[in-house]
Write a protein that binds this ligand. Sequence first.
Ligand code: EPZ
Length: 420
Amino acid sequence: MDKLLITGGRPLDGEIRVSGAKNSSLPILASTLLAETPSVIGNVPHLHDVTSLIELLGRMGVEVVIGDRMRVEINSSTIKDFTAPYELVKKMRASILVLGPLVARFGQAIVSLPGGCAIGSRPVDLHLRGLTAMGADIEVKNGYIHATTHGKRLKGCRFVFDVVTVTGTENLLMAATLAEGTTILENAAREPEIVDLAECLIAMGAQIEGAGTDKIVVRGVPALHGCVHEVIADRIETGTYLCAAAATGGRIRLRDARPDTLDAVLDKLVEAGASISTTADTIELDMKGNRPKAVSVRTAPYPAFPTDMQAQFCALNAVAEGTSTIIETVFENRFMHVLEMQRMGADFTIEGHTVVCRGVPKLSGAPVMATDLRASASLVIAALCADGDTLIDRIYHIDRGYECIEEKFLALGAQIRRVG
Ligand code: EPZ
């Protein structure tokens, strides 16, 4: 099993390109199931999660051709199977995103329940309640969601989300595009990835207003056609590298970025003492060799501070000047990286959903274990801030969400290599 060996102690310094967003690519690739003619999706990152979804589409009989730089052409007219099996869904829980498109276009789907994961129970009850409200018949048995419309079209409705859910909003948004009549999604998620999905659906002929706000209005159309769409930059990958540069007192320039999707994170990095300058598609951060100042954060749905950046800021606060608190409000078990960083000398105390971080000047290298995608990234940052070597095990987690992570960190001057 691959491990990453990192020798810390040097500030990062360099320039890299930001890849396309994992959490945009997944719903957008699933949305091509709605279109009657082929689509071409560009700037798709080469990630395990993306190849898992492409494998699932292929298993359904969908034609997928991967071109250079991961331009993906998808033709769903050849589909012959409407099942997302457990062995694929357990690998990649966002496979649930095929449910809405399959029910909306083909009137049927058998999709494995994703089950929980390391960071929480991750229910999909709101996905199912929304589709039921649109007229689908849904039965959950033997670990599978069995959905059918009995040959009818879904019907538009007004649906209020009890909890803000990103993929829940995405599933119902996709389903609503082909429903009869108008759908109003209230308390919808506002993430940039939802706006990106909506723009792709509109390019397919969907009629959507309000994506990016908490109220999305969709007027159903009889059919959608294929489109050409470029996936937006990955804001969490961007934030991860910015956080690594800040934690090591270094400097970084990011190309092909979308600074407008990262306000809450950029504000916190400035509070930590970073000088930040941006253009429409670049971000430059410079710590001028200084140690970061401790910053307290509280995660919440977009546009607030993202839960997917919480672990990375734990690593920054571990070596920052001062004491801070990190409060996780979205997921119930997203502090596993804290235990691993404590083994590297971090002075943390977990009190329920809060971590109290007392910064220390340096961490010390140690063998550690990745537990989930963003925790793995935070351990890389901690390792870069540690004296000596850190060996991170189970880095298959990291390959799910970070394209070419060694190459990018090597380009920033890090001492990092993959070992068997
Ligand atoms: C998306 O997950 C992201 N994944 C996650 O990124 C991200 O952490 C999360 O949104 C929050 O921003 C993708 O976009 C593929 P949720 P999602 O539904 O949609 C509760 C990463 O690291 N909930 O927004 O699965 C749920 O328990 C990943 O890239 C229900 O109660 O998360 C949670 O407390 C990790 N019922 C809250 O909503 C439901 O039906 C937010 O979950 C659905 C969700």
